[in-house]
Write a protein that binds this ligand. Structure first.
Ligand code: SF4
Length: 233
């Protein structure tokens, strides 16, 4: 949750409003997985938080490292669903490719996820937790990270969770470093902001979400991606 929502949710549990910011920093900057490790909070508050809440990260079911340093993660979610994410080092760049759905209904002909069919939308927490879990596993700071939503699922079909996840992730990772793929779906922007060039493309495709958008790279060209994707019909 973003600090504002944390403040609302925790309500009377926290004695001062800034506690929500401290908890957010502990969760999303330091990647703390246990309330007991939030030593900036007093002991009573840590105990009350632990009684009422759980910090839920997905289980890493498998890691598949490659010789080039890339590592694919298979995560098992609380209901048994599986999702994948990939850590991609590239010189001084570090990109995490994450999933927005467990499965995908769009069934693009080139895609294994599409072959297995629709699953379910991920919650914002499940999207954010992929980043936290990989950061902890590979000991990566948030600073300088790049994110691409090109794992399992079509992000624009899970727009509310995507929006909430970006509201959280955008506090530690610049939105300019976050890109969501799209499978050829068109998207009507309701924004009246005058934009040009790349900004217009980004604005059109993401509506209220201010991160970059790109077409799936797995197809050679935009037209072939559109032709292969059911959403282009
Ligand atoms: S939208 Fe993405 S995840 Fe879904 S079937 Fe197409 S390529 Fe696969």
């Amino acid at each position: 949750m973003a600090p504002e929502r944390l403040r609302e949710t925790l309500g009377e549990l926290i004695d001062r409003p800034f506690r929500a910011d401290q908890i957010f920093q502990a969760l999303h900057v330091r990647g703390v997985r246990d309330f007991a490790a939030m030593t900036e909070l007093h002991k009573d508050l840590r105990a009350r938080l632990a009684e009422r809440f759980r910090i839920g990260w997905p289980e890493i079911a498998e890691r598949v490292p490659s010789a080039d340093g890339t590592c694919k993660f298979l995560f098992r979610l609380h209901d048994g669903a599986s999702i994948e994410a990939v850590d991609i080092p590239d010189g001084d760049r570090r990109t995490l490719c994450i999933s927005s759905q467990a499965g995908c209904a769009l069934a693009c002909s080139f895609c294994v996820t599409g072959f297995w069919g629709a699953g379910r939308n991920l919650t914002a927490g499940e999207i954010v937790a992929q980043v936290l879990a990989i950061r902890a596993d590979r000991q990566l700071p948030a600073e300088g990270l790049r994110l691409v939503f090109m794992g399992m699922g079509e992000p624009l079909l899970n727009l509310e969770s995507l929006r909430q996840a970006l509201d959280i992730l955008g506090r530690t990772i610049s939105l300019r470093r976050i890109t969501h793929g799209r499978s050829g779906r068109t998207w009507r922007c309701r924004c009246t902001r005058p934009t040009t060039g790349a900004a217009r493309r980004s604005c059109r495709s993401t509506a209220a979400i201010r991160c970059r958008s790109c077409w799936r790279r797995c197809a050679a060209t935009r037209s072939s991606a559109a032709a292969r994707s059911p959403s282009s019909t």
